[in-house]
Design a binder for this molecule. Sequence first.
Ligand code: ADP
Length: 570
Amino acid sequence: MNMPGGAPQTLRPFLWRAEHLYPETEIVSRTAGGIERYDYAAYADRVAQLANALDEAGVEEGDRVGTVCWNDHWHFETYFAVPNRGSQLHTINPLLPDHHLQYIVENAEDRVLFVDATLLEAVEAAYDPEAFESVEQFVVTGDRVPHTDLEPVVDYESFVEGHPATYDWPDLDEDQPAGMCYTSGTTGKPKGVEYTHQMLWSHTMATLTPQGVPAADDDVVMPVVPMFHVNAWGFPFSMTAAGSKHVYPGPSPDPADLAGLIEQEGVTLTAGVPTVWLGLMEHCKEHEVDLSSLERVVVGGSAAPEAMIRWFDEHDVELLHAWGMTEMSPIGSVAHLKSDLQDADEGTKLDKRTKQGLMVPGLEFRVIDENGEEVEWNSAERRSADSRAAEPRDDGEDFGELWVRGPWVTQEYYRRPEANEADFEDGWLKTGDIVTVDEDGYLKIVDRAKDVIKSGGEWISSVELENAIMAHDGVAEATVIGVPHDRWQERPVAFVVPTDEADRPTVEDEVLAMVREEFPDWWVPDDVMYVDEIPKTATGKFDKKVLREEYDDESLVEGKVPEEAAPEDD
Ligand code: ADP
């Protein structure tokens, strides 16, 4: 639908602006072969070439193009080429179990799949002719194809070579899907979220406000959050709209790679999950790293620890704590300090900044309690004259589930009516996050109603693990919860009631071996605890809340997670 404003809200003007206003601004990409570097003028040419190549490959308007790629310039080229020509960019998380990858490709019906050379093995392992039936072409990013069984296959540079560097970008409807990303659901089956041009446009504009996570034309921005994670939180779009210099850290960047790029490229703004920054902090203890160019770091996906905020403060870097969801394109709130809090004492300021923060402009929220009643989120203020210091009562009255609505919040999952019924109501997205809201409007996540574990920024489905464990003969009942963990934020721990006490010595090993076969290493529970009974709710369901309260202790899993048992760089 074209708006009275004269043009629909699409991604096209963002590319147009960068190409014409900042033709010489750089895009830097760390690849397996070294650093690649070009400018927006060259980028626009390559984007047009890629769009032409996709025409020749027969990809039509509305078709999906999948990517299994890291953060690099090839992936960034797909970000504008695919949506601007009217097709849909579907970014795929390579860290998922094989059966999730199969489900996702089959469900999205991707016609072309771009695959990073280092991720070929993951795609080969998940390859299933039926699930991948829609895929007519694999394109390996780079200039050569390593040995692979996938076919037909071509390298990226050959795919685009010889195509014209101009493209007659069509006038698109702003409601047309531009992107797509799957999120892990409580039932285990991933849920697809489609992003229309209008959603990505409005998300870009909101994140560029001072209340968002703004990039400017003098910024050098390095998104560490993977581009398969909700478009790297939208940064590739907002950086382009703003004319910032891009720095992409490439395949599996370790803390030394990130530190090197910050120093060499003069990174001013970066973004990623807490695990990434814990790694950088450790690295800086042992090595001399010059962080002087860095001004802001956006931390989200899991809660930013207070010690991390302080560490960045000490290095003169502002940590912006952000909260969001795949369903929200993804940014929802950012913990900026309100102007009237600038003079507050340091303790108060730190308290605000460790919260998930203030909704960005364009969104509305409400907090709904267990009885479906709206929680009065500023009730702390009414209760107490000394409202700044007042904490919400701890009797549960001030807690509730966060519901959100806005122009970049999805209204539904792709082809999942039963999930839609559970997660949406009257235009509101029910986030599954349990929150309090203080007298200044700052949100704080205090619990999670959804039955998933987030480890190093990646989801683990506790329900899927439970089903696998309960399939073992020696297990009468089992449940899996996330236990707080210093480095990974959460790790899974299984609680098992053995069928026969005498089996105890063997059950743990067998159960873990079974899980290891079916799931990636980093899904394997760090511990199996034997219990006489799993606590139940009044309706007979496993009461994980009781277990979580009882095992809210890092020492339970501290030191037990092998380095390789977690996602590499998220
Ligand atoms: P993302 O890619 O942004 O992590 P997901 O959809 O995978 O998006 O995860 C969203 C969920 O992650 C939220 O509902 C919440 O449970 C958790 N989350 C995101 N940001 C934060 C944060 N800053 N603090 C605590 N939890 C967070």
